[in-house]
Design a protein around this ligand. Structure first.
Ligand code: SF4
Ligand code: SF4
Length: 451
């Protein structure tokens, strides 16, 4: 059975004789996808949790289902009745989904899966959106211009930042204990630490890679990184419909990993975690993949990270990542990591767990402009700030960037509220007080104001 976080597989695009990919007509959907349109009770729960809809984008997940039903009723063979409440006389001139669904609706989706998760009759809305994106991207090259830049960077440079692969391991700088291994050499460490593109190239997330490496070294975990031999997993390409680039990157990564005999992978990126663990197996890459939150939880449980003096006398709120949470059902590990810090008051945001609100960057949205309505990261950052937390913890590099930008955009400085990955907060707690990145004096001032 397909893992929850995996997209529908497509054949190898370099070998297949198929001439069309994705969904543009009713016949392109599976029977389950079409039956979904009949099962919809029109309760609107999906719409009520959609971050794109809530912030004024032209996307309404319930409408995606109803419009699919309308097109099926008008053009399907055999003839079926339209969804209840839909105008039976609606005129659809061609046998195309795009008679009713616009590309703008489809590109507004962050692939957060909140709609699928809340639907009482298990309708899969996201799958349909991604199938139609595949058609737009692969068959019509109809995608936002900015996304084209990310595609070119992934294709030519091996990462969506378009930076030189040779600089992938520069984040290590003077840090000791991080071994960079050439792709193809046998891996002798227990774990391959898959740093990810954000952890390698984005300034905020390089700090996460450094913090994580220090924690692994403290816990005496045997690990190596690939450095220049690691490529983007292809997640942003796949979620935005470009299966061609996804398959190209996946094939190169799998060849590298298999030639090294890699068995266990640690990753701090839920998108890499999902792709490596749930999508590479169908392409021949079989690894035991652990998210850093799960490994840190285990290291703490086993006493390999000594938490005796770990202390932060502050309030912290954890922001759920969609690809760790709803796509992979990992909700507790990051919470347990921060809860193990002495003195820390861990609070929850209004929307959390299965109903946690997306940061706005998933589904390739990280690489697209957001020029309609309110920015999703602003909405989410305001909700997190409303908890009065001194620290906001993330467990995804995209969430880190989006929430940090959102918080700073509200005029809140790092000395007041520190946004960071769980590894950064954990390492801070383990440091002597004078070395913590957010001095406790400013922390207590901020807390008093919020209280
Ligand atoms: S996956 Fe998220 S953004 Fe996309 S339609 Fe569903 S709720 Fe909206
Ligand atoms: S939550 Fe499910 S049943 Fe309710 S409107 Fe959305 S798709 Fe239909």
């Amino acid at each position: 059975e397909r893992p929850k976080g995996a997209m529908k597989p497509l054949p190898n695009l370099m070998e297949t004789e198929l001439e069309t990919f994705g969904a543009s007509v009713i016949e392109d959907f599976t029977w389950k996808q079409l039956l979904d349109t009949d099962s919809c009770t029109m309760c609107g729960r999906c719409t009520s949790v959609c971050p794109a809809h809530a912030t004024g984008k032209p996307l309404d997940p319930r409408e995606i289902i109803l419009k699919t039903g309308e097109v099926m009723a008008a053009t399907g063979d055999p003839v079926v009745s339209p969804p209840i409440g839909v105008d039976a006389e609606i005129s659809i001139s061609a046998n195309s989904m795009f008679e009713r669904v616009t590309p703008e609706e489809l590109w507004a989706c962050t692939s957060c899966k909140a709609c699928d998760e809340i639907c009482p009759v298990n309708i899969e809305i996201l799958d349909k959106i991604l199938d139609m994106r595949r058609y737009l991207s692969l068959m019509e090259s109809n995608f936002p211009t900015e996304l084209g830049n990310a595609y070119r960077s992934m294709e030519n440079s091996g990462n969506p930042w378009g930076l030189s692969q040779g600089s992938r391991a520069e984040w290590i700088d003077d840090l000791e204990g991080v071994e960079v291994i050439e792709g193809g050499e046998p891996l002798e460490s227990e774990f391959l630490y898959w740093v990810g593109c954000a952890g390698s190239f984005d300034d905020k997330n390089k700090k996460v890679s450094r913090a994580m490496s220090q924690l692994l070294t403290m816990a005496k975990v045997s690990f190596s990184i690939l450095g220049p031999s690691e490529m983007c997993t292809g997640d942003p390409a796949r979620r935005s419909g470009n299966e061609y680039i996804f398959q190209m990157l996946a094939a190169q990564n799998i060849e590298t990993l298999n030639s090294m005999g890699v068995k266990k992978i640690i990753t701090q990126c839920p998108h890499c975690f999902n792709t490596l663990g749930n999508e590479y197996p169908e392409l021949g890459g079989h690894y035991e993949v652990v998210h850093h939150s799960q490994l840190l939880e285990w290291l703490i449980d086993q006493g390999k990270l000594d938490m005796t003096n770990a202390e932060l006398n502050e309030r912290l709120v954890y922001h759920d990542s969609c690809y760790l949470g709803r796509h992979n059902d990992v909700y507790q590990a990051p919470r347990k990591v921060v809860a193990s810090i002495g003195g820390l008051e861990v609070v929850e945001a209004e929307r959390q767990g299965t109903q946690g609100m997306c940061c706005g960057a998933g589904g390739g949205r990280m690489w697209m402009e957001e020029d309609t309505g309110k920015n999703i990261n602003v909405e989410r950052s305001q909700e997190l700030l409303a908890t009065g937390a001194d620290r906001i913890a993330t467990a995804c590099p995209f969430c880190f960037v989006m929430i940090d930008d959102g918080v700073k955009g509200e005029g809140v400085e790092e000395t007041e509220v520190k946004v960071g990955d769980i590894a950064i907060h954990l390492l801070d707690a383990l440091q002597p007080k004078e070395d913590q990145t957010k001095p406790l004096e400013t922390v207590s001032q901020g807390k008093d104001e919020n209280d």
